[in-house]
Design a protein around this ligand. Structure first.
Ligand SMILES: *Cc1c(COP(=O)(O)O)cnc(C)c1O
Length: 371
């Protein structure tokens, strides 16, 4: 029997994650100059990283022959001070994606199950499947999480429930009061993975005080990232905050040097640059407004978003996507999420959003691909 056929069935059944198309790839395919391409496909910060993060990286490049600090001491200290949690409650990841996988490895086996929502972040089913556990997908409600349905879906063999708040790719949000009541009702033996990758984009009144809930709910694991609002997607730094006993378990399945040295220093510098974060949030607010107004003017429906992207509905999303690519604009088709009539557009700079809207107008006017 060939080697591949000996891999467990749950591994052979995995459908790989579909990332946004890289700028270099579209440039090659279409014979376009990279500089003319607009990428609004991966929810990246259009302002780029903080200049302070870049300076820290330049400095740290000298130490590339050394292994990074596997314990991430300094970054944990900075996060601990900022978030008012103990350093021992923090687990650093090579992106928060890494942390999500650690959680799956630490708590799931082929005999048990995890609950997540339809249209929730694609990494949850992947992480669950990779360890051979059963995934229980609960139908969405208004594109978001049906928390009552998720509670009802918890079985005796369920070990984890995943919540993305805000959710990607739909941008929906569970308000803090509803979320709190959900956390209180999930049985203690079930881990709640609260993925707050877009937390920083929320106005204060919509931010759950989730880290404080860990004291009374030690089954709560909150994950966040430096990839989105902090503009460091390329360096791969994310983290979990959990009860110290849970953080200790996660650290046992963590690779010893999972976060690279440049990522560690860049994240610490980015965390200290509150001006850059504030500018990033403002660019996002204005961009969401611009995209929403522009789409409405074209008669295109979209799902109201609490994150840094907008998901819009088009009759023939696949053709519109091809036409956008032909014009050098990369957005994200989300047919893989079961949303074949939607495209997810990340918020860019005003000029980038404009190019997307103008191109879309053109496409909808000249062929009948749109809604
Ligand atoms: C982008 C994203 C992440 C993680 O990204 P990393 O770059 O791995 O930190 C996690 N969850 C959601 C919902 C996301 O959209």
């Amino acid at each position: 029997m060939p080697l591949y056929a000996n891999a467990p069935a749950h591994i052979r059944a995995i459908t790989p994650y579909q990332p946004g198309k890289p700028i270099s790839e579209l440039a090659r395919e279409m014979g376009l100059e990279e500089a003319t391409i607009v990428k609004l496909a991966s929810n990246e910060n259009p302002l780029g990283p903080s200049p302070r993060a870049l300076a820290a990286v330049r400095e740290a490049v000298r130490d590339l022959a050394r292994y990074p600090d596997g314990g991430g001491f300094e970054l944990k200290q900075a996060l601990s001070a900022r978030l008012c949690v103990q350093p021992g409650q923090i687990v650093l990841g090579n992106g928060s994606n890494d942390v999500l996988e650690m959680v799956a490895r630490a708590f799931l086996t082929p005999g048990n199950s995890a609950v997540y929502a339809q249209y929730a972040f694609a990494v949850y089913p992947l992480a669950v499947q990779a360890v051979g556990a059963a995934g229980i997908e609960v139908p969405a409600q208004d594109w978001g999480h049906d928390l009552e349905g998720m509670l009802a879906a918890i079985r005796p063999d369920t070990r984890l429930v995943f919540i993305a708040n805000p959710n990607n790719p739909t941008g929906t949000l569970v308000d803090p009061t509803t979320l709190r009541s959900f956390v209180q009702r999930v049985p203690d033996r079930v881990g709640i993975v609260l993925d707050e990758a877009y937390f920083e984009y929320l106005p204060a009144y919509l931010r759950a005080d989730s880290l404080a809930w860990i004291h009374s709910h030690p089954n709560l694991i909150v994950t966040r990232t430096f990839s989105k609002a902090y503009g460091l997607a390329g360096l791969r730094v994310g983290y979990a905050v959990a009860h110290a006993s849970v953080a200790d378990l996660l650290n046992r399945v963590r690779q010893p040097f999972n976060v690279n040295g440049l990522g560690l220093v860049a994240a610490r510098a980015a965390l200290a640059d509150e001006d850059h974060l504030a500018r990033s949030l403002q660019v996002n607010r204005e961009g969401l407004e611009q995209l929403g107004t522009g789409l409405a003017a074209l008669g295109v429906k979209y799902i109201p978003s609490h994150a840094n992207f907008l998901t819009c509905e088009l009759e023939d999303a696949a053709s519109v996507n091809r036409a956008l690519l032909g014009r050098g604009i990369i957005v994200r088709p989300i047919a893989g999420y079961g949303l074949p009539r939607h495209l997810r557009v990340s918020v860019g700079l005003a000029a980038e959003n404009r190019r997307f809207l103008d191109a879309l107008e053109d496409i909808l006017r000249f062929d009948s691909a749109g809604s």
